[in-house]
Design a protein around this ligand. Structure first.
Ligand code: IPE
Ligand code: IPE
Ligand code: MG
Length: 259
């Protein structure tokens, strides 16, 4: 079994970087496109499914550490609406892993004061997954720590379409269709937009992730494959974010920036 604990050398690096990262504001909400399980497995002569298994175990180390750093919301892209097009055995394996993850981590997440929810077209998922997720959400609903948003059967365009359907069903007049009106009808209306979106495995694309919400997110792409994305890599991503100047359309001078 692949060991995900840090080597002593890596642990020293983690501590060193953590001091620097904790000295500045950390992102409130981080979204992660967890890509590269297949390539990770291929490099080792393993099956893609094995890569997904290690990738699923990796989630725990990253979520835990993000919580320790003071991140309030983490949104993990686990299965896109496009991923149904993969070979059926891979889709089934991913769904089994997702369900197993929800069940296995429930008590630990609860003990860590986390909250949990699924984001996506939930109704199209298998009833067992819907039920296990419901139990987790219910169990943790009064917790006050980090919120874990697991994006399953998620698509950014689908989310906007679903929000617009709600607007139409409610009979809003054209002048009532505002950005706020749409934002209030997204899957998780209370969730602040991500400050930082991380993509592992080098691809410079958004792949239909949080399209509405990412309007002003900082993007960070690393070549590191998801199963290898450890605590040190999370710190590197946050450190890169902390070095950015977020302008939101203004000039550098207006926001008192450096550039
Ligand atoms: C990410 O890893 C997991 C999912 C998309 C479900 P991939 O399976 O996409 O890995 P690569 O991109 O083939 O390496
Ligand atoms: C994005 O990864 C979806 C998830 C991580 C769940 P993909 O591997 O599906 O993305 P593309 O196909 O390379 O854009
Ligand atoms: Mg991929």
């Amino acid at each position: 079994m692949t060991d995900l604990t840090l080597t002593p050398e890596r642990e020293r690096l983690r501590q060193e970087l953590a001091v620097a990262v904790r000295a500045k504001p950390v992102p409130t909400h981080i979204g992660i496109i967890m890509d590269g399980n297949g390539r990770w497995a291929k490099q080792r002569g393993l099956t893609r499914i094995r890569g997904h298994q290690v990738g699923a175990r990796r989630v725990k180390t990253v979520v835990r550490f993000a919580d320790k750093l003071g991140v309030r919301h983490i949104s993990l892209y686990a299965f896109s609406v496009e991923n149904w097009a993969r070979p059926s055995f891979e889709v089934s394996a991913l769904m089994r892993l997702i369900r197993a993850y929800i069940v296995r981590e429930r008590n630990d997440l609860h003990a860590e004061n986390a909250r949990f929810r699924i984001i996506g077209r939930v109704a199209e998922l298998a009833p067992e997954i819907i039920e296990e997720a419901r139990q987790s959400t219910e169990l943790m609903k009064n917790n006050t720590g980090l919120t874990l948003n697991l994006c399953i059967n998620y698509g950014g365009r689908a989310e906007i379409v679903d929000a617009v359907k709600k607007l139409v069903a409610e009979g809003l007049r054209p002048e009532q269709v505002t950005e706020e009106a749409i934002a209030r009808r997204l899957y998780a209306p209370d969730l602040p937009d991500p400050d930082l979106i991380v993509r592992t495995s080098g691809e410079m694309r958004i792949s239909n992730f949080l399209l509405w919400e990412c309007a002003y997110s900082e993007l960070y792409v690393t070549d590191v494959l998801w199963p290898d994305f450890d605590e040190v890599e999370l710190l590197r991503a946050i450190q890169a974010y902390q070095g950015r100047e977020r302008r939101f359309g203004k000039t550098g001078d207006q926001i008192g920036g450096k550039r």
